[in-house]
Write a protein that binds this ligand. Structure first.
Ligand code: PLP
Length: 450
């Protein structure tokens, strides 16, 4: 089939996620390292690791071999049976995650890992409320169990419910407190007041992405995560860290919590655990929680839980972070990328802020530097400039994520200097387009400004 036929059949017979069906997808034939190759022969630089998950890069045959080997023996067993790959990966996760996190509940994705985390937190604390941040994303499935009539719906009856939002440690959007430490204390104090007003005895857990991903790559101030850990301890609230996007070297450490030396009670992972080669996630719990659920029914399970093929992919992927020195590389190349982005920021009026940790970086685009009004809205119709920037990326063969005002740069951890340099030249041209939409270029304020 040629590219047009593939696209046509996929449009006719399959549905695309999230948005409308007015899509013009790339037909991909193969991938290698940081590059994807389309069916009609174009080379695309993947500067977002697809969904910030293909950390080890595309086409690594070590994973193919491990998966094929597992499939040649057995492709599927019941989650109540065990396999060597399950044993290996569970032990390895206990070794590389912070001390005190020991037992993994293997899922298919980040969403169901977070569902398991929330249900486990409610089960062991006997409390209902979950605190989560406004700027956060933890997956897309939660309501489905409540939807079915099966009695197993009971733990989630009425949908998710009992969510209380807390403010984000987003210093750029709190410019009246200039000192970072002061801002950190202010934010933690606000959270503590919410805990008191809600009643700590009603709160099961706080869930956070240690570095917020798709909602703006918000790196919290130094000391924020350890402050949150202490706050949770003071009130007997569990801390759940969602490392689905930040885990496996993305931020220059195995996990983002390692930057602060924090051990959450529950940590969820997915994406980088297999680098997307086969779906897999995990909800990893502390010794205390493992003990608490030892003789209490867990109340969660899926047919494909602890899938041997996903685990085979993970058992081959995780050692690659070590053997190929990818975590160190993320730190080093991330520093280089961040410098390049800072240079762009110094030359483009549309760049309000540059944030990053390891190869997890983004620019925040603003209408003008003083008001910090976002240049493109996160929801609603896209502007001409937004469309023109996307068109430029497409024409040049750069795959990257522009989501509202956030332009992300999150290449696979195998990225090299020349690939970063080239991508930044395209960003430079894209930012010329963004600049033309700003107040200093005389543009009228964006439609979402009222
Ligand atoms: C922080 C975070 N948590 C959870 C998820 C959901 O993971 P999945 O799409 O594998 O269900 C995502 C997905 O992007 C994510 O970024």
């Amino acid at each position: 089939m040629n590219a047009a036929e593939i696209v046509d059949l996929c449009r006719s017979y399959s549905l695309f996620e999230w948005g409308t069906q007015e899509v013009n997808p790339l037909a991909i034939d193969r991938g290698e390292g940081c590059y994807l190759y389309t069916v009609d022969g174009r080379q695309i630089l993947d500067f977002n690791s697809i969904a910030m998950n293909v950390n080890i890069g595309h086409g690594d045959q070590r994973i193919t071999e491990a998966v094929a080997h597992q499939m040649s023996k057995v492709s599927f067993v019941s989650p109540f049976m065990v396999t060597e790959v399950r044993a290996e990966v569970a032990k390895k996760l206990a070794e590389i995650t912070p001390n005190g996190l020991t037992k993994s509940f293997f899922t298919l994705s980040g969403s169901d890992a977070n569902e398991a985390a929330i249900r486990t937190a409610r089960l062991v604390t006997g409390r209902r409320k979950i605190l989560s941040r406004y700027r956060s994303y933890h997956g897309s499935t939660h309501q489905v169990l409540a939807l079915g009539g099966d009695p197993r719906r009971e733990p989630v009856e009425g949908g998710m419910g009992d969510i209380v939002r807390i403010p984000d440690p987003y210093h750029y959007r709190c410019p009246w407190i200039t000192d970072e430490k002061e801002f950190c204390e202010f934010n933690l104090d606000q959270i503590e007041q919410i805990v008191r007003l809600e009643g700590a005895h009603t709160i099961a857990a706080v869930i956070v992405e240690p570095v917020t991903g798709s909602n703006g790559l918000i790196v919290p101030p130094d000391g924020w995560l350890s402050g949150l850990r202490a706050l949770c301890d003071r009130h007997g609230i569990l801390l759940i860290c969602d490392e689905v996007m930040t885990g496996f070297g993305r931020t220059g450490e195995w996990f983002a919590v390692d930057h602060d030396g924090v051990t959450p009670d529950i940590m969820t992972v997915a994406k980088g655990i297999t680098s997307g080669y086969v779906p897999l996630g995990a909800c990893i719990v502390s010794d205390d929680i493992a003990e608490a659920v030892h003789d209490r029914p867990l109340g969660s399970g899926l047919t494909y839980q602890s899938h041997p093929v996903g685990l085979a992919a993970a058992s081959a992927t995780i050692p690659i972070y070590e053997s190929d020195n990818l975590i160190e590389r993320s730190k080093k190349m991330g520093g280089y990328l961040l410098e390049g982005l800072q240079d762009l920021a110094s030359r483009h009026v549309s760049v309000g802020d540059v944030r990053g940790r390891g190869l997890f970086t983004a620019l925040e685009l603003v209408y003008d530097q003083d008001s910090r009004l976002e240049l493109f809205p996160l929801t609603g119709p896209s502007s001409q400039a937004d469309q023109d920037m996307r068109k430029l990326f497409d024409t040049e063969g750069l795959s990257c994520a522009l989501r509202g005002p956030f332009l992300f740069a999150n290449p696979p951890l195998v990225v090299d200097h020349s690939q970063i340099d080239w991508a930044l030249t395209i960003f430079d041209r894209a930012l010329d387009i963004a600049d033309s939409e700003t107040a200093s270029a005389g543009a009228s304020a964006p439609p979402h400004s009222e």
